[in-house]
Design a protein around this ligand. Sequence first.
Ligand code: ADP
Ligand code: MG
Length: 322
Amino acid sequence: MAATEFGLIDRIAAAFARPDPARAPLGIGDDAALLRLKPGHELVLSTDTLNAGVHFFADVPPADLGHKALAVNLSDLAAMGAEPLGFTLALSLPAIDADWCAALIAGMAATAAAHGIALVGGDTTRGPLSLTVTVLGELPTGQALRRDRARPGDVVAVSGRLGDAAGALRALLASEPTDPALLQALQRPEPRLALGRALRGLAHAAVDVSDGLLADLGHIARASGVVARVDSMRLPVSAVLKAARPADWADCALAGGDDYELCVTLPPAHWTEAQARAEALGVPLTRIGECRAPSAGESPGVWLDGAPAPVRRGWDHFGGSE
Ligand code: ADP
Ligand code: MG
């Protein structure tokens, strides 16, 4: 791989499938990309940065990093119930290491192909190692799964298993041996795109669990003005995590982060249908609680096992954990 910016851009453009010209008539190479939405749809856009030393260890396998940078962004589209349309990649690299870049690009290209999303542009600069992906998606107008639509009486449910990624991260930080299944959850999260789309029209509210269940469900509760009650006995936690982290598996599941599962609220009348759709997709969907209206003088938020859970807004890059 030529160690120049333009050599790298050419390699990137070649590694990804060409966008569908009917949807993206100008792909990589012009001043900007052009995208065509289906009639009656609105644009959904999300961006996330992964910085070396903050979001990933600089020695993480580059193919996994390429996957994760795209996957965490696709997870945001999933949480809106959106269809992926295209994405951009802004790369900041201290130097061009040809093998490392090739593996990063291959990892990202495989994930893009798996989810049918085209790379439509980006930016390449020299600087501290960092990747910013911006995903663009579309949704039938008005059908987004928003955070502020939970209603009293709604069931609270979560997909997959919680806490595995945090279990791996805690072991890595303590230089302890890490279970391969937990490491897989940390390095290869799978965005729940099909589930998000399947829950359109059934769920009232949705969020993807990136900062830990309590923090992310708290976003729904406060935005919607409800109390979301969670029963810790119902949390979907893997046997592997319980065995690997006997002392803190529950904390991993409640506050760990990096799960990229969907947490949704839906009216009880839709629960059976939601479960059936999730099962058809092979994704576990577990009922973990319900929403109620706050009583007089009470604040909206999350209650855990009958008591208010501490307010966690998630990781604050300038203030630490809140
Ligand atoms: P400009 O100077 O107009 O910003 P650039 O030289 O930065 O253009 O980029 C040239 C073309 O290559 C643009 O179409 C841009 O979208 C694309 N591009 C640059 N870097 C990347 C990247 N990392 N991934 C995908 N496309 C990229
Ligand atoms: Mg540029």
